[in-house]
Design a binder for this molecule. Structure first.
Ligand code: UDP
Length: 326
């Protein structure tokens, strides 16, 4: 069976990717330092604990499993934290990824699927972003991901490493079977925070800024279901294995939801009120991030199946009610 090395396989998106890889006939090998991931999220293949910057450990894991590809999810990914600790983001994300990329090339594994972000685009007023939109990140998180994209291009020129880069919009929802789901400690992402406020696990949701230039004054984001997102990764992997070459794809739905619209949807799904207050803007936040995904649709044949706001909240709520990982 072909193996895929999944860094960050114990995290939110990585654990869903492992489930889908297994369903697609691959053996997912999780490589994770458990700094933000969960041992209990590794359910679909072997687990190897290690740091991205530990080249000797990576060499050992590549030699042991001989993966046909890497899916690289492991990263620090919080905009607020990146504003406060830029050095941490550059070191962890960029140095760690560079070490992984070099280890992959040295092991002869030349198919690389990379988890990038719409935060690489920064602020672009009144445009639907596409893959050619200039990348002008507003924070060290986006900047670190853009730098890794640059590394992949340079390494491809020298060593023929082929990559599919996915720039995600806001990932939401959970495995409908609730085997894995979103679990961060502390939780900062909008939908799980709203659900925690609804069921009393936190006092309230604070809306970060109500004076944005949007119809209701709150930030607008494009939410995509985690299962649809990882579907695209399987398609990207197959494209690499078919020798079709490197590519970059945005993954979003093209629909924007404001913070208040997400709260309304959560109220409608749960029939419960969302306790909230209104606070100042969060530093580093763009007003609106909405994507076209025509390229992924046309070239990969990607189709979203669960990315309606209602479905994403229903799936997240089902997972939330399981209590998450121990
Ligand atoms: N947000 C908010 N309160 C929260 C968490 C998030 O108002 O407690 C807003 C945030 O400002 C952004 C949107 O919700 O406009 C999505 O934020 P999240 O952290 O989920 O994802 P990001 O867009 O930063 O990747």
């Amino acid at each position: 069976m072909e193996r895929v090395l999944v860094t960050g396989g114990a995290g939110y998106i990585g654990s869903h990717a492992c489930k889908f890889l297994k369903q697609a006939g691959y053996e997912p090998v999780t490589y994770d330092n458990l700094s933000t991931g969960w041992r209990d999220a590794v359910k679909f293949g072997p687990f190897e604990q290690g740091e991205l910057e530990d080249r000797a450990r990576l060499d050992e894991v590549f030699a042991k499993y001989q993966p046909v590809a890497v899916m690289h999810f492991a990263a620090l990914s919080l905009v607020g934290e990146a504003m406060e600790k830029p050095g941490l983001y550059w070191r962890n994300n960029v140095c760690g990824s560079l070490t992984l990329i070099e280890a992959s090339v040295a092991a002869g594994c030349r198919n690389f699927v990379f988890s990038s972000t719409c935060a690489t685009y920064g602020e672009h007023d009144n445009v639907v972003l596409d893959e050619d939109t200039p990348q002008e990140p507003l924070n060290a998180y986006g900047a670190s991901k853009r730098a890794i994209e640059d590394i992949l291009r340079d390494v491809e020129a020298a060593h023929d490493l082929k990559s599919v880069i996915f720039r995600y919009f806001n990932v939401a929802g959970a495995d409908p079977e609730a085997e894995v789901g979103e679990a961060h400690e502390p939780e900062t992402h909008l939908i799980p925070v709203v659900l925690q406020a609804i069921d009393g696990q936190r006092d309230k949701l604070t809306i970060y800024g109500t004076d944005y230039d949007t119809p209701d004054g709150t930030c607008v984001r494009d939410y995509v279901h985690v299962c649809d997102l990882v579907d695209a990764h399987i398609l990207g992997l197959k494209q690499l294995e078919a020798g079709k070459g490197s590519a970059v794809y945005n993954l979003g739905t093209g629909d924007g939801f404001s913070v208040r619209e997400v709260m309304d949807a959560a109220r409608a799904v749960t029939n419960l009120e969302v306790p909230f207050d209104e606070g100042p803007r969060r530093e580093g936040d763009a007003t609106k991030l909405v994507s076209g995904s025509e390229k992924a649709v046309t070239e990969l044949g990607w189709r979203t199946k669960r990315s309606t706001m209602r479905q994403m909240i229903e799936d997240a709520w089902r997972w939330h009610k399981t209590g998450g990982y121990a």
